[in-house]
Design a protein around this ligand. Structure first.
Ligand code: AMP
Length: 200
């Protein structure tokens, strides 16, 4: 039987917030990850192994059973639909996924609206439900500059304080979903006789 619990955390701000939360709850004795390119940290006393991975990879590590517990934004859980057990809301990582347009934008041709995002699944579903056809422009970061460079009419991206939208002359028009950090768990499933689902 393995005696360490493995926890996958998203690298960056959310790993610090997660660690600080776990520390305050008495789950770990580690106060901070020192940034010397190490991606695995052991808490020998509490028998926890922390893996620092790309945020959307947290779901894959849990799904594959390489980690037992993970912290991930609800936005990514909605976009990627990992096969994991989704648990408690955590008190950080609060933001919203919204549609934003340039200030004073011209009304685009309704049949050809280009929307830049790194959330293609949520974005397609949202506009489909609004009865609006869009062309998706898939980007991986700095989504806010897409309308400024003319590659899209609008964007769908995370908004926290709204400062980034403001700095790039964009206006938040519609909120698609609210998000926050969530705890997720590995879900080893077994269908026993009679197809009874068991979680062990
Ligand atoms: P803000 O200027 O505070 O509204 O933050 C917006 C920028 O931060 C955008 O580029 C977002 O992609 C990013 N962002 C905001 N909240 C989060 C979050 N909870 N997780 C990851 N990225 C975020």
């Amino acid at each position: 039987m393995k005696d360490f619990i493995t926890i996958a955390l998203p690298k960056g701000r959310m790993s610090e917030e997660s660690l600080s939360h776990f520390y305050q709850c008495g789950i770990t004795k580690i106060k901070e990850f020192n940034h010397d390119r190490k991606l695995i940290f052991d808490d020998i006393e509490k028998k926890i192994k922390f893996l620092l991975v790309r945020s959307k990879d947290v779901g894959t590590y849990i799904e594959q059973g390489a980690a037992d517990i993970g912290v991930i934004g609800f936005d990514l859980l909605k976009e990627h639909e990992f096969n994991v057990y989704i648990s408690t809301k955590l008190p950080f990582g609060k933001c919203r996924l919204s549609v934003a347009w340039p200030q004073n934008h011209d009304e685009p041709n309704k049949r050809h609206i280009k929307v830049a995002t790194k959330y293609p699944r949520i974005t397609s579903k949202y506009f489909y439900e609004q009865g609006i056809n869009i062309e998706l422009i898939n980007l991986y970061g700095s989504i806010e500059i897409a309308p400024l460079t003319g590659i899209s009419h609008a964007i769908v991206d995370l908004v926290s304080t709204g400062e980034t939208l403001k700095a790039n002359n964009l206006i938040e028009k519609n909120r698609i979903l609210n998000s926050e950090a969530r705890l997720i768990f590995f879900m080893p499933l077994m269908f026993s006789k009679g197809s009874k689902l068991q979680i062990f």
